[in-house]
Design a protein around this ligand. Structure first.
Ligand code: GDP
Length: 369
């Protein structure tokens, strides 16, 4: 009977199985009137949006639905996982609607970072990905940095359009929307609903004081991000909470770094040089000789080399190798989606092998810092 029932708040099909996917309702509250999903319930009663996630196909359908509207699309990305959380092809899917890029979690960068330089970097990378934006704003939803700029930019570009907020999971979309609800909304009003033609997925409309509304959409799951493939217990150590302190290692060639048992970094060839790790400070790093690396991993994975634990490792894909050549004279990051990056000062060039769970995106990019 539940199969047929839709949430009276957002219209999504109800289910009692998983809190992470749309339409979740605790079985015990099914007789409540009106029948609304947990996400709508929380917005209505606690002024709080919770994250739900959907797969890529459903997400693309949802984006296609936006193309048929007259909207401002606010795309939230995580600065800490920029290439991993940017929705590629967003432009194609949202049609002629303007896109405002909000880069969240800038509080994670080490103190004293030059924000103008950072903005230039984001502009360059965004352009390289073929995404045209009407504006780019840097902020921290959690620490309330740059938030007025987000509001200003939205008002500046929305005209009389609806505002759709889109993003990958864990980029801070709920945190940002909750701030909007707290500061700008009048929850006396009811949640309204909207249906996308051709999908069962529905967005949540949140009325704001000025008569406009913000439309929250589910987060897209990208399996190329480390944060998506680790077991739940590991996620908290992956997501940094405080500004990152970079870890600097002076390595000779034929040396190896293990980041827990999540990734392995081999410096194969090149002059002695420094490598700076920008990863969550909750992750332990171990250095060893390349010739000892296999043995060390076999003996200590899941225990000294952790997280993940032995049991958690069994739930994860096996490692694959990425061979990378850093050109002489280039400031480069070895970016590992969802984990962070390793800055290489390419004065003399380097040959590097990176091992990560199969499917995780690894790439070289111009240094962020
Ligand atoms: P959503 O899945 O996009 O809705 O993301 P959430 O709002 O649930 O946030 C995901 C994780 O990122 C949570 O652990 C948040 O505490 C954290 N987070 C959100 N915004 C920020 C931010 O501005 N800075 C930092 N450091 N963490 C943030």
């Amino acid at each position: 009977q539940l199969e047929q029932e839709a949430c009276a708040g957002c219209g999504v099909k109800l289910q009692t199985e998983s809190t992470d996917i749309p339409g979740y309702i605790p079985a015990s509250t099914l007789d409540r009137e009106p029948v609304i999903c947990q996400r709508c319930f929380r917005i209505k009663n606690y002024n709080e949006a919770a994250s739900v996630a959907i797969n890529q196909d459903d997400f693309l359908k949802l984006l296609g639905g936006i193309a048929a509207t007259k909207s401002l699309v606010v795309h939230i990305v995580d600065l800490f996982d920029f290439e991993g959380s940017l929705i590629s092809g967003l432009q194609r899917f949202v049609g002629n609607n303007p896109v405002l890029l909000v880069v969240n979690k800038i509080d994670l960068l080490p103190k004293g970072i030059n924000l103008n330089r950072l903005l230039n970097w984001v502009q360059k990378q965004t352009k390289a990905q073929g995404l045209l934006t009407v504006g780019i704003v840097l902020c921290s939803a959690k620490r309330n940095m740059g938030f007025e700029r987000v509001i200003e930019a939205i008002s500046e570009h929305r005209g009389n359009r609806d505002v759709y907020v889109v993003g990958a999971t864990n980029v801070g979309k709920s945190t940002l929307i909750n701030r909007l609800i707290r500061d700008y909304s009048d929850l006396e009003r009811e949640l309204t609903t909207s249906r996308y033609p051709g999908t069962t997925l529905d967005a949540i409309h949140i009325p704001l004081d000025d008569g406009n509304e913000i439309i929250d959409t589910p987060g897209i799951v990208y399996s190329h991000r480390m944060t998506e493939i680790v077991p739940r217990g590991v996620l908290q150590s992956l997501l940094p909470d405080k500004p990152i302190k970079q870890l600097v290692y002076q390595l000779n060639s034929q040396q190896t770094l293990f980041i827990g048992a999540l990734a392995r970094f081999d410096f194969i060839e090149g002059d002695r040089q420094s490598f700076s790790l920008y990863i969550s400070n909750a992750l332990p790093v171990h250095r060893t000789k390349l010739e000892r690396a296999e043995e060390l991993y076999a003996e200590h994975k899941g225990v000294m080399l952790a997280p993940p634990t032995k049991e958690q490792l069994e739930e994860m894909p096996a490692w694959t190798r990425h061979r990378l050549t850093i050109k002489r004279g280039s400031e480069t990051d070895v970016f590992i989606s969802g984990l962070g990056w390793i800055h290489v000062n390419g004065d003399s060039g380097a040959l590097i092998d990176v091992y990560v769970p199969k499917g995780i995106r690894v790439l070289l990019r111009d240094a962020l810092i």
